[in-house]
Design a binder for this molecule. Structure first.
Ligand SMILES: [Zn+2]
Ligand SMILES: [Zn+2]
Ligand SMILES: [Zn+2]
Ligand SMILES: [Zn+2]
Length: 195
């Protein structure tokens, strides 16, 4: 699949945020919407890169995330077979090597259950209101889900206030202050110029 090179999108991204500030020209807004769509695809593409291979189907219970058949348990949130591996997680390591923990911590399904919301997570307004749209979409569609959010809502990609690069909130490191965000490179530059 073709990957989108970020470089040519940078001037487009800056243009886009200017158009949105003065939406008088309809064609320009349409163009900005198209660019937004490309940027969203780029974010989604980055999110899905790490998606795992399809699990082979036979009768054995398998972890719904990685397909292993040993040492399984069922999730509390959705009663699905999953590795009983939370002990593998080292405190404060931020490692994402535990299927059990990944599903509980990084999906709407897990969050919705832990927070004891009523009904199904897919149509839970409390979940929807709990996160920025980009993160809501990530929690509902990332590779730690068994079932993904259908028709995830559109969102405005987050752009670096300095260079206009797309910041993928769920993957990239970035810094933020008020309504401004800086990509990793620009954050480093800002830090260095202060010292
Ligand atoms: Zn697993
Ligand atoms: Zn679940
Ligand atoms: Zn919920
Ligand atoms: Zn930047």
């Amino acid at each position: 699949m073709a990957t989108i090179d970020q470089e040519p999108l940078v001037p487009a991204a800056i243009y886009l945020s200017n158009v949105r500030k003065s939406p008088s020209d309809r064609r320009a807004v349409e163009l900005a919407d198209k660019i937004t769509q490309i940027l969203i695809e780029q974010v989604m593409d980055k999110n899905h890169k790490k998606a795992k291979k399809a699990v082979p189907s036979d009768d054995k219970p398998r972890c719904g995330l990685c397909g292993k058949t040993k040492n399984l348990t069922k999730t509390e949130c959705c009663d699905t077979w999953i590795c009983d591996d939370e002990d593998k997680y080292v405190m404060f390591s931020y490692a994402r090597n535990s299927c059990y923990r990944n599903h509980r911590r990084f999906t709407l399904c897990g969050y919705h259950h832990v927070e004891e919301h009523p009904g199904h997570w897919k149509d839970c307004q409390t979940c929807r209101d709990s996160f920025e749209t980009e993160m809501y979409v990530w929690y509902g569609t990332n590779e730690y889900n068994f079932e993904k959010l259908e028709n995830p809502p559109a969102f405005e990609p987050t752009l670096c206030s300095e260079c206009g690069a797309v910041i993928v909130l769920s993957q990239d490191s970035y810094s933020t202050l008020g309504d401004k965000n800086w990509c990793e490179k620009c954050s480093d530059k800002r830090l260095r110029s202060k010292n």
